[in-house]
Design a protein around this ligand. Structure first.
Ligand code: ATP
Ligand code: MG
Length: 227
């Protein structure tokens, strides 16, 4: 069985002001195999980011479980969860989420340093990773000195520098013009294939979903495969 990431009976409720509870979904199932790339679409507010955050252990579900390489993430304490996240999951966000006071290279090297790598090794590997995303020449720039597309290349390098098994991207082309978005999409697909990742791309973009192997649609708490 090649199943890498699996969600079983997954549910998420948020506590909202006035003590009310917002149920985004419950009883949701999802599984992703090694090498597979899928798109998740759905209207704004349908819960796509919520789902991605649960799959990537950035948030804990209210119900159900997430398994990564067979390990039940709900059984882990916060420290172990952070370690699993750092080593096995690469995140890419719509708004890039780079640290503004660090250079591109420092941003990319950070997950390695957090994982305990020596500084010189982290910098070498960071530089090699930036080369793979086509941005080595800008490794000394801070995010404010980069274009949106370049920032996303840094963010992708940071997400993959630890050689994670899973890539989770939340609208990775959402803040980019069509042409830049297309080049970022090509880069993600290329790295996905080269590294044998299991990837989930949340998107509003039909072009992105057309290039994925499967598309799921999240609507009214249900996740359904789109034919
Ligand atoms: N931390 C939170 N606390 C309370 N409610 C939240 C929280 N995060 C999200 N929500 C609510 O949960 C629902 C799903 O939000 P989510 O961000 O997952 O949607 P989305 O599908 O990613 O939307 P978009 O396409 O606009 O990014 C929304 O109604 C939102 O208001
Ligand atoms: Mg979202």
């Amino acid at each position: 069985m090649n199943e890498l990431l699996k969600a079983v009976d997954l549910g998420k409720d948020y506590l909202i002001p006035d003590g009310e509870i917002l149920r985004v979904f419950s009883g949701l199932s999802f599984s992703l195999e090694r090498g597979e790339i899928v798109a998740v679409m759905g209207a704004s507010g349908s819960g796509k980011t919520t789902l991605l955050n649960l799959l990537g252990a950035l948030d804990r579900p209210t119900g159900g479980r997430v398994f990564l390489e067979g390990e039940d993430l709900s059984s882990l304490d916060a420290v172990s969860l952070a370690r699993v996240r750092n080593a096995k999951i690469g995140f890419v966000f719509q708004a890039f989420h780079l640290l503004p006071e660090f250079t591109a290279l420092e941003n990319v090297a950070l997950p390695l340093l957090m994982g305990g790598a020596a500084k010189s090794e982290a910098m070498d590997r960071g530089r090699a990773m930036l080369r793979e995303t086509g941005l080595e020449s800008k490794s000394g720039c801070r995010p404010a000195q980069l274009s949106g597309g370049e920032m996303q290349r840094v963010a992708i390098a940071r997400a993959l520098v630890n050689r994670p098994a899973v890539l989770l991207a939340d609208e990775p082309t959402g803040n980019l013009d069509w042409k830049t978005g297309e080049s970022i999409l090509r880069l993600l697909l290329d790295l996905h294939r080269k590294r044998g990742l299991a990837s989930v791309l949340v998107t509003h973009n039909e072009r992105v979903s057309a290039l994925c192997e499967k598309t799921y649609f999240l609507e009214r708490g249900l996740l359904e495969r789109r034919p």
